[in-house]
Design a protein around this ligand. Structure first.
Ligand code: 5RP
Length: 234
């Protein structure tokens, strides 16, 4: 699939999610190219239908985009709960709608927002669908900078085969929270809950990109059209 076609599919999924937004909602605004298309579609809906919503962004990039489009923003200081979050993903497991997220580096804020959401809808093109998490991408793991080499050794012990993410200038990539990311190549993961549990217990790990049980549905655009996958079994 070429980039133009993939973008067209991402846009179709984003437009479909924008139709779910209702007046008065508090919205979680995801990060990445697909989420950006949703935010653009949302701004068109706000203008066309006069909806009053407030968004809680999952990254400084998303915050900048939303502000530039005039989307009203809010925070957890004013809201305990989010009605609907729309976000992209790097992998979506068919059936369970479990995810790998964080290639865009925003996994920590994305998970905080997802955990506070009544409904999380994932939008993607069909290249993100997998039968087993870890088949296409590594699991991003956000770690504190201090002692990251020690944390990396412990991630290796649980089979993570970690590599420190670098930015364009070949220096370590730094997240919005000021931390590093270790991309952990577990390969196809048979027991995601077990791996998530292990990651949760590595000292120095702040959060990881296994999103298990957060998304209620995924809107996936493919050559055959849009398909909605509903969470089951977790
Ligand atoms: C950022 C993310 C993104 O949602 C994920 O990387 C998908 O991005 P894109 O829509 O650009 O493929 O998790 O941390």
């Amino acid at each position: 699939m070429n980039l133009a076609e993939q973008n067209q599919l991402k846009r179709a999924a984003a437009e479909s999610a924008a139709a779910l937004v209702q007046d008065g909602m508090i919205l979680g605004l995801g990060t990445g190219s697909t989420a950006a298309l949703f935010i653009q579609a949302l701004s068109r809906r706000l203008a066309a239908d006069g909806l009053r919503i407030k968004g809680i962004p999952t990254s400084s990039n998303t915050e900048d985009l939303a502000r530039s489009l005039g989307i009203p923003l809010s925070s957890f200081a004013e809201n305990a709960q989010i009605d609907l979050t729309v976000d992209g993903a790097d992998e979506i497991e068919r059936g369970t709608v479990c995810l790998i997220k964080g290639r865009g580096g925003a996994l920590l804020r994305e998970k905080i927002v997802a955990a506070a959401s009544q409904r999380m809808v994932v939008i993607a093109d069909e290249t993100k669908l997998v039968d087993r998490l870890g088949s296409l991408v590594s699991v991003p793991v956000e770690v504190v900078r201090f002692g990251w080499q020690a944390t990396a050794r412990n991630l290796a012990k649980i089979g993570g085969n970690p590599s420190l993410r670098l930015g364009n200038d070949e220096t370590p990539y730094v997240t919005d929270g000021g931390n590093f990311i270790m991309d952990c190549a577990f390969g196809p993961i048979a027991e995601p809950k077990e791996v998530a549990h292990q990651l949760d217990h590595v000292v120095g790990v702040i959060e990881h990109g296994l999103f298990l049980g957060y998304a209620s549905e995924a809107i996936v655009a493919g050559r055959e059209g849009l398909k909605t996958y509903i969470r089951s079994g977790n």
